[in-house]
Design a protein around this ligand. Structure first.
Ligand SMILES: NC(=O)c1ccc[n+]([C@@H]2O[C@H](COP(=O)([O-])OP(=O)(O)OC[C@H]3O[C@@H](n4cnc5c(N)ncnc54)[C@H](O)[C@@H]3O)[C@@H](O)[C@H]2O)c1
Length: 252
């Protein structure tokens, strides 16, 4: 029998309750990983647990907000005491916040909320997991950023700022850990069809599709395929890299 790519690897997926995170978690499980999925969507993670368990996969779920440092640390300590290692950390958590909203109308509290979830959360989970990965001198960390962080989307000042800062975090941490076997990378998707877009202003969606040379949005499965390679053992000479997946929109 061929060995599965992630056999016996312990993978944490923050934001795996739906969308891109769920697609990544499902595929990781099919390829042998022991999964821990963390999300604020209680029902969705219970549903995912049932689906994956029925397929014979190993999964635990935690209903936790990524920006709650105490709860995140508690969860990671529980995972560590059970599995004694964490091989993979994937962060697909993200909120859009206001869209098609000029800065004059953008409320400070909305800006703070977006930064807390999209950026502070990424800091909290990276800080909690890296010491555990250092123990084994192995790890794969992947944060899902956005083309909005590279190019800036108008009318989304919180989202664009948070994703640009997340890209900076990936680049800095990648270099900080470059002499270990822990890699830190990011993916910058263009428009991907998921529940996340359901609240986005249709004018903003049209603007985004028009900017994509392939003239379509991507799928969560396409993002999962790229992400799995990035967190595999094979991806050993990439760190601090932001991988585009944008239907040709990103050109630098
Ligand atoms: N869909 C797109 O077009 C697109 C484009 C570029 C980047 N992205 C990024 O990809 C990632 C995944 O997006 P998606 O399209 O799957 O969106 P999604 O909304 O379907 O998934 C995000 C997940 O994060 C969870 N989440 C939100 N706030 C949380 C919190 N405080 N704590 C824990 N979990 C929380 C949600 O419950 C959800 O399951 C996000 O970071 C998003 O910014 C998406």
């Amino acid at each position: 029998m061929t060995k599965l790519r992630f056999n016996n690897q312990v993978a944490l997926v923050f934001g795996g309750g739906r969308g891109i995170g769920k697609a990544i978690a499902t595929r990781l499980s099919k390829e042998g990983a022991k999964l821990i999925v963390i999300d604020i969507l209680k029902n969705e993670i219970q549903k995912l647990k049932k689906q994956i368990s029925e397929l014979g996969g190993e999964i635990e779920v935690f209903n936790i907000d990524i920006s709650d440092e105490n709860k995140v640390n508690e969860c990671i300590q529980l995972v560590f005491s059970k599995f004694k290692k964490i091989d993979i950390l994937i962060n697909t958590v993200g909120i859009v916040g206001p869209s098609n909203c000029p800065i004059e109308d953008y409320q400070l509290q909305d800006f703070i909320n977006v930064i807390n979830v999209n950026l502070v959360g990424a800091f909290i989970i990276s800080k909690a997991v890296i010491p555990i990965m250092r123990e084994k001198n192995y790890g794969r960390i992947l944060h899902i950023a956005s083309i909005a962080g590279k190019e800036g989307n108008p009318g989304m000042v919180g989202y664009s700022s948070s994703k640009a800062a997340l890209i900076g975090m990936v680049k800095g941490l990648g270099k900080e850990l470059a002499q270990t076997n822990i890699t830190v990378n990011g993916v910058a998707p263009g428009l991907i069809s998921s529940e996340m877009n359901s609240d986005t202003d249709p004018k903003m969606l049209e603007y985004m599709v028009n900017k994509i040379p392939m003239k379509r949005s991507g799928t969560v499965e396409e993002v999962a395929a790229l992400s799995l390679w990035i967190v595999s053992g094979e991806a050993s000479f990439n760190t601090g890299t932001i991988f585009d997946i944008s239907g040709g929109r990103a050109t630098y």
